[in-house]
Write a protein of this length. Sequence first.
Length: 266
Amino acid sequence: MAFSTRSKAGLNASAQGYVPLPNPGLEQINRSVTSTLDHMKTLLDELEPATPFEKGMKSYMTFLHCQFTELKHQVDRVQSDSVVRHRNTMETVDELALTCVKTEQYSRRDTVTVVGLVQPDNETQAGLTKKVAEVLSTPGDTVTETDLSVVHRNSNRPRIIKGKTIPPSVTVKFCRIDKKDRALRAYKNFDVVQKRPREVKVYQSLTPHYSSLRGTIYKFLNSNPDDGQDFGSIFNSGLSPKWVTYQSPTSGLAVKLSSGDYFTGI
């Protein structure tokens, strides 16, 4: 496998390998205090009191130097502790954010998105549901209207992509997850007979996070294997054919992709 990617990619910066942002003002104060204490220690070491008053002053200044030094050590410990606390907080926030996107994606486990389905001017809900059921039906695995609990257009306006008009996508929610899984596995976005992508494509419904990750995977699959380009969540290591190992947040299984394959979800 060329590389792997955690599903956390694209969230808050992971606390693993965390480096705290520098604080120029605090660092300058720390250097100034350290310099002052070192200078005071040097003067005290060089001071040779001759009178009782001078001896008392040296003793008092030595005491103050020890107090300030201890205070500085305490400040350093507090600062170090704050860095650890901040790192732990970032780890917690990161894990909570990951849990949120996993939960949101899990709620879509029975839902697919149909892209490219023509929208007639007089389209009705019943007609749309019937058309979707026909599109999702494959030899040996028929999808009926009763298998679908929700079918709706995601917009009233088509999109223009690379000069081509694309009808609004359709969100389709199945009554049973196993039926959705079978339909998604059976429907191929690439027509092996015509040897070209189908006009109507079916994808697992993805949250923005995983949709972005899918786009990153596409870019990787289409990248030059020799450019070593960094895509953030995944990295082109120059191996061919290209493989992606992707950890599924819903099933715990890895989804492998290779050049030419279509990413059908998680």
